[in-house]
Design a protein around this ligand. Structure first.
Ligand code: PMP
Length: 411
């Protein structure tokens, strides 16, 4: 290495920021490979929540006392931090409990008043239930129908079929940015451009994208972008929804109550401007403050660096898993994110995951809230190992050793 070469990034030091990763499970060092389910939290996030409750706790937007302004400033500061992280304006970012809430907000406030019998909602085969069921509920109430865009054998979207499905009846497209089962990264900007040309409103589920790669939401060209905080190293019950300003301005409130009004009279109420119009009631203040700290933390580590690190881990894992006879991976799309779903022929995913747990290795098993996808893959359940930047190459070796042991026991 020449004298002026940049020193290698110290991932061990980054890992040390996560206290929980030091613990043992079943007498073994924990190998946490379930970050697509929920990510572990760095000390910066835990401390921000702790500091909020120890020093600043008060309700937001109501009290004029010092703590009230500190709490409001911390909450709005978190909104600004998240907006910066996503490349959007803070006033277009509604904070909420996560993707499920965000997508229901679009369903009830945007879609329900607009859709009519004969309209269609286009979804992809790889959607999470959170991006399916709200649309079914809206379809039942409006007479709209659901249309599905299918996948190619490698787990990528069949783009030609998707574009063919964009007929004039389609008013809305619900699309995962990254699949939580296959790891497929969808070409969202290109898809949104096609949709926009046909007057189709796009709702992107960014839950599995924002933790893995730099995402410039404004540059994607979508109408709505939902994300969840707990997969982004933030607390549970946090997240947000970005929308184009013209949508926020045209949408009626989803929930009514305190915090979202200008004035209330029994004859009628005037609502606050967005984003507060869509944040009725006392929010998860400490949680969102923690999420703001997560955005700052991830920004310091660097999302491009995180993406490169995870691709390295994924390449290593894919190579090792390919050597295990009878192990089948679902999802081989080029450039996929670090999520690996697999089955071992002749075994059940829950049995494999249970045996891995005895070795301290945490993977998720089941249907991953994606029944329609699993149905099309023709399997009842899969194991899913999902990697984050804080995982190590040694942990991949531990996964592989535990899998070989499990396979020998179950075969
Ligand atoms: N969409 C995707 C792609 C997900 O992976 C998840 C979380 N499993 C969700 C939506 C739901 O997120 P939340 O439970 O935080 O609302």
């Amino acid at each position: 290495m020449s004298d002026n070469a940049a020193p290698a990034f110290d991932w061990a030091q980054v890992r040390a920021d996560f206290p929980l990763l030091q613990r043992e499970v079943n007498g073994r060092p924990l190998v946490y490979l379930d970050s697509a389910n929920t990510a572990q939290k760095p000390r910066a996030v835990i401390d921000a929540v702790d500091d909020f409750y120890r020093r600043h706790n008060a309700n937001v937007s109501r009290a004029v006392h010092a703590l009230g302004s500190e709490a409001t400033e911390a909450y709005e500061g978190a909104r600004r931090a998240l907006a910066g992280f996503l490349g959007v304006q803070a006033q277009d970012l509604v904070l909420c409990s996560g993707t499920t809430f965000a997508l229901n907000l679009v369903a009830y406030s945007w879609a329900l008043p607009r859709l009519r019998p004969g309209d269609a909602i286009l979804l992809t085969r790889m959607e999470h239930h959170a991006n399916i069921v709200p649309w079914q509920l809206v379809a039942q109430r409006t007479g709209a129908t659901i249309r599905v865009a299918e996948l190619l054998p490698d787990g990528s979207l069949d783009l030609a079929a998707l574009y063919r499905a964009m007929t004039p009846e389609v008013k809305l497209l619900g699309l995962a940015h990254v699949s939580n089962v296959l790891g497929t990264v969808n070409p969202v900007a290109e898809i949104c451009r096609h949709a926009r040309e046909r007057g189709i409103t796009t709702v992107v589920d960014g839950s599995q994208a924002v933790p893995h790669m730099p995402v410039d939401v404004a540059a994607l060209g979508c109408d709505f972008y939902a994300f969840t905080g707990h997969k982004l190293c933030g607390p549970t019950g946090t997240g947000g929804l970005w929308a184009r300003r013209e949508h926020w301005q045209a949408m009626p409130p989803f929930l009514g109550g305190g915090e979202m009004i200008e004035e209330v009279r029994f004859e009628g109420s005037r609502f606050a401007a967005p984003p507060h119009r869509f944040e009725a009631g006392t929010p998860n203040i400490a949680g969102q403050v923690g999420l703001g700290a997560a955005a700052d933390y991830l920004g310091r580590v660097g999302m491009a660096r995180i993406a490169a690190r995870e691709h390295e881990l994924l390449a290593h894992a894919s190579e090792e898993l390919a050597r295990i006879d009878g192990l089948r991976v679902f999802g081989q799309a080029p450039g996929k994110a670090a999520i690996v779903s697999f089955v071992i022929d002749g075994t059940h995913a829950h049995d494999v995951a249970t045996l891995l747990d005895l070795e301290g290795v945490a993977v998720r098993s089941g249907q991953h809230c994606a029944h329609p996808l699993l149905q099309s893959l023709g399997v009842g359940a899969t194991c899913r190992a999902s990697f984050a930047f804080y995982n190590t190459h040694a942990e991949i070796e531990a996964l592989v050793a535990a899998l070989r042991k499990a396979k020998a026991l179950l075969a």
